[in-house]
Design a protein around this ligand. Structure first.
Ligand code: EPZ
Length: 420
């Protein structure tokens, strides 16, 4: 197992290009199952979760081929086989295959994903959506068995929580359903708009994606297409926070700043500007030597992303004074706190709030990553800590960041991946 070794204290400087979004690629990979022939996805990052999803699709009979950043998926041999627990339990987004299988074959069997390190992660809203569209769903022996022998039928659906995953499931099910589906309180994330754009390029009729009301007019068939994945706003946000923490002068390319509004606002309050450089790039500029402590609450888009909460906490460790970080999306996403405290931070957890008393110098230590974004936060802390930081269990990092250490090293960081 590899680990990452960082010697802190170097400012990051230069230009860096953001990779394609993992969380936009995964639903688009599932969308490819809805056509008869091969579709091509452009700008897909080469990360572990994408490889896991490709493996899952292979089990279902889909051929995949990667060349550079393009991934071609050919579902000509697709069959409604069970999606096994071994894979679903390693990556919950595998549940995205449920709706396309149900739509194509009138039946689907997918292992129940269960919880994970960051929370319980129920799927009741996915299932409620499928049932509203006429499916019968039964849970037995750890599997979801969904059936719709006479096809799915459009309906009005209101989500109790604006779940990204449930919105994906309902879109994938409703595109080939009979008649109109109106989905209210839908997730508004850019990844949802990207999925709808992809499905429309395949012949679907979806309007309103990216807002909380999505209207889908069912069509009989979808055709293969070439689809482009949006850039990864969470990777861009992570890099921007690295620039802010190290007081460097960085330009982040290939991401519209509009996807990072909440972060941009909060960074401005703390004394760091994100300045647009054309439509697809921005500069990170720390205005003040001393950062101001700023509170955040994580919320669904366009609120402050939970996927940047851990990295924001690393920044707040540098701001002298008290700040409160409220995690309102996942019930157990503070596992990085104990590790940051091992590096000299002063953070206390009270329920869903973390109270950060910033300003203590961070010191390099051996720390352990507990999830994808926690690994990024520990690396950011390592970039400014005095001495050497070793982050182990970085298989979490490899799930969703493409060559992060190489990118940071290209910006001047002293960082290396070494076999453990
Ligand atoms: C997506 O997860 C992302 N994953 C997560 O990113 C991200 O943290 C999350 O959205 C929120 O932005 C992918 O896109 C693959 P949700 P998802 O359904 O879809 C509750 C990362 O680091 N809920 O929007 O699973 C749920 O418990 C990952 O890249 C229900 O109650 O998230 C949570 O509290 C981690 N019932 C909230 O909604 C349901 O049926 C948001 O979950 C579904 C969800």
């Amino acid at each position: 197992m590899d680990k990452i070794v960082i010697r802190g204290g170097r400012p990051l400087q230069g230009r860096i290009r953001v990779s394609g979004s993992k969380n936009a690629s995964l639903p688009l990979m599932a969308a490819c199952l809805l056509a008869d022939g091969p579709s091509c996805l452009q700008n897909v990052p080469d990360v572990r979760d994408i490889r896991t999803m490709a493996r899952m699709l292979e089990i279902l009979g889909v051929k995949s081929e990667r060349t550079d950043q393009a991934l071609t998926l050919d579902p000509s041999g697709l069959a409604s086989r069970p999606a096994p627990y071994e894979l679903v339990s390693t990556m919950r987004a595998s549940i995205y295959v449920l709706a396309p299988l149900l739509s194509r074959f009138g039946k689907a069997q997918v292992a129940l994903p269960g919880g994970c390190a960051i929370g319980l992660r129920p799927i009741d809203q996915h299932l409620k959506g499928l049932e509203a569209l006429g499916a019968t769903v039964d849970l037995a022996h750890g599997y979801i068995n969904a059936k719709a022998p006479h096809g799915l039928k459009g309906d009005e659906i209101y989500l109790d929580v604006a779940s990204v995953g449930a919105t994906v499931t309902i879109l994938l099910a409703a595109v080939r359903a009979q008649g109109r589906t109106v989905l209210d309180h839908a997730a508004c994330e850019p990844e949802i708009a990207n999925l709808a754009e992809g499905l429309n390029a395949m012949g679907a009729s979806i309007s309103g994606a990216g807002s909380s009301r999505i209207v889908i007019e069912g069509v009989r068939n979808l055709r293969p297409a070439t689809l482009t994945v949006i850039p990864d706003r969470i990777e861009a946000g992570t890099l921007a926070l690295a620039g802010a923490m190290t007081s460097g002068e960085m330009i982040i390319e290939n991401l519209p700043l509009a996807h990072l509004k909440a972060l941009e606002n909060k960074l401005r309050e703390t004394g760091v500007a994100l300045i647009p450089e054309g439509k697809q790039a921005f500069r990170v500029q720390r205005k003040e030597k001393k950062l101001t402590p700023v509170d955040i609450v994580t919320l669904p888009y366009p609120g402050f992303p939970t996927d940047l909460q851990a990295q924001w906490m690393a920044l707040m460790c540098l701001a002298p004074g008290r700040s409160v970080i409220t995690e309102a999306v996942w019930e157990n996403r503070f596992m990085h706190v104990a590790e940051l405290n091992r590096m000299g931070a002063d953070i206390q957890i009270e329920g869903s709030n973390a109270l950060v008393r910033g300003g203590n110098p961070l010191s390099g230590a051996q720390v352990m990553a507990s999830d994808l974004r926690a690994s990024a936060a520990l690396i950011l802390a390592g970039l400014v800590a005095e001495g050497e930081t070793t982050v182990s269990r970085i298989y979490h990092l490899d799930r969703g960041y493409e060559h992060l250490e190489q990118k940071l090293s290209g910006l001047g960081a002293d960082i290396q991946r070494v076999p453990e």
